[in-house]
Design a protein around this ligand. Sequence first.
Ligand SMILES: Cc1cc2nc3c(=O)[nH]c(=O)nc-3n(C[C@H](O)[C@H](O)[C@H](O)COP(=O)(O)O)c2cc1C
Length: 177
Amino acid sequence: MRHMPDDLSATAPAQSPQDPADYRKALACFATSVTVVTSRWQDQDWGMTCNSFSSVSLDPRLVLWSIRKAASSLEAFTQSGGFTVSVLSQSQQGIARQFASGDMASRFANVPVLRQSSQRVRLSGAAAWFDCQIHQLVDAGDHHILIGQVQAFGQQDDASALTYWNSRFGRFEDLPT
Ligand SMILES: Cc1cc2nc3c(=O)[nH]c(=O)nc-3n(C[C@H](O)[C@H](O)[C@H](O)COP(=O)(O)O)c2cc1C
């Protein structure tokens, strides 16, 4: 019978793919759009830049994103009952950076928004938006996954998407056929 070592990690090479920096580098190869998610909690607007957004189901209409458990806005997003996703357009790179740090007042400073009937805001000039009620919260490692049921949505036909790849903002370009 073949002998298996008790601790498999002891046999791992020095340049192990288990390395957290290598893992992040591999994940960064996955290009995404960029969104700002917002919520209304304790009479305040909350917002953060997010690229973990994804569609889950068409019928019913469900979408998801994940939030770091250490985020200062964790409670605002998990306890408020809903969130709005604004999919950023190419001209909103500055907004993507603005919503990734600082306090809430500085994130929303000089950013045009529209208040919806849900009381949550969405960002003016977004390529698309989805206003959602929390459908399910999933505890997942150092993040929570928020699954939302879409209550209202919209899009702008002429907007082009802001993209994020290898930790850089960019734009989508058609390839020659
Ligand atoms: C392009 C980009 C995408 C991000 N996506 C997420 C995400 O999906 N989930 C998340 O928790 N943080 C994400 N972040 C980080 C948050 O925007 C940032 O940590 C947060 O706004 C800081 O909030 P805090 O002060 O509440 O911790 C992203 C940041 C950038 C620049």
